[in-house]
Design a protein around this ligand. Structure first.
Ligand SMILES: [Zn+2]
Length: 280
């Protein structure tokens, strides 16, 4: 097949941003920062290497994910604490905020809810930016490592992929069976992971996480949250994943409670206002 005569003209068109975000409701970052400054740690849990932990965060509290001992990628799932059908929507978060998220970006929930579940308030890896390969940190372009893709690509059964870790953590947190819990596990926020797409082939790539011991990501819970975080078997994801080959570290999750009155003027966002009549 020959190229059409207007190939070059089509390819020279300027990109148009799909979702301009100027009309998005803006978080009051000054209020959040002030509330965080006086917040106290009121809960803590640890995701062991190649395993996941669950945690609950009431609306109006913060949660902090820390690579306490060394570079480690974390795969994060979020659900409404009282309704598992409302969960993190990595695809729409990507469409709104881009391939990677940072300070001021929100983590949005799935349809028909589509409201902010959490807002990123602090990021010790904010300095990384976008590198020459198009790589950046904290992506919403990956999915999660899982045993089905492992079976597809290499014919092996590995049980400590993030998908399985998150499934066990959700089952333990809710009393659901593994079979009941698994469909609720969803595409993640890849905390601390450095990723991008190659320019030549458009393939998903990873680089070793630049997180140093003690680096953290702090999020504000906009609604009551149930979270699960997997310390990926890929460790810093600089070489491999989906096996026991990589050096792995634990990830710490702290729950922080602001001082009473510190969030004066803030209200938990309601569900999306569309009436769901779909034209009928
Ligand atoms: Zn993983």
């Amino acid at each position: 097949m020959t190229d059409p005569a207007d190939r070059a003209a089509h390819r020279a068109l300027k990109p148009v941003i799909c979702y301009p975000v100027e009309t998005l409701p803006r978080p009051d970052m000054a209020l959040y920062r002030a509330a965080l400054a006086s917040a106290r740690v009121t809960g803590q849990t640890l995701a062991a290497p190649r395993d996941a932990a669950s945690f609950r965060v009431p609306a109006g509290h913060f949660f902090r994910i820390t690579a306490a001992e060394g570079p480690q990628v974390g795969d994060l799932n979020l659900w409404h604490a009282h309704d598992l059908t409302e969960r993190f929507y990595s695809g729409k978060t990507r469409a709104l905020h881009g391939t990677h998220v940072g300070i001021g970006d929100r983590l949005w929930s799935c349809l028909p809810f589509l409201r902010p579940m959490a807002t990123i308030v602090r990021d010790d890896l904010d300095w990384y930016g976008i590198d020459a390969d198009g790589g950046a940190v904290h992506d919403v372009i990956g999915t999660r490592c899982d045993p089905y893709t492992g079976m597809l690509l290499s014919g092996t059964s590995y049980h400590h992929c993030c998908h399985s870790n998150l499934t066990r953590a959700l089952a333990d947190a809710t009393g659901l069976s593994l079979a009941q819990a698994e469909p609720h596990v969803h595409d993640v926020l890849n905390v601390f992971m450095c990723t991008g797409f190659t320019r030549e082939t458009g393939q998903y790539f990873m680089k070793a996480s630049p997180a140093r011991p003690g680096d953290s990501l702090v999020l504000f819970a906009e609604i009551d949250l149930l979270g699960a975080l997997s310390a990926c078997p890929g460790g810093d994801c600089g070489a491999t994943h989906s096996s026991d080959a990589a050096l792995c570290h634990p990830l710490r999750i702290d729950i922080l409670t602001p001082e009473p009155g510190a969030l004066h003027g803030w209200t938990s966002p309601p569900r999306n206002g569309y009436d769901r009549s779909h034209g009928r």
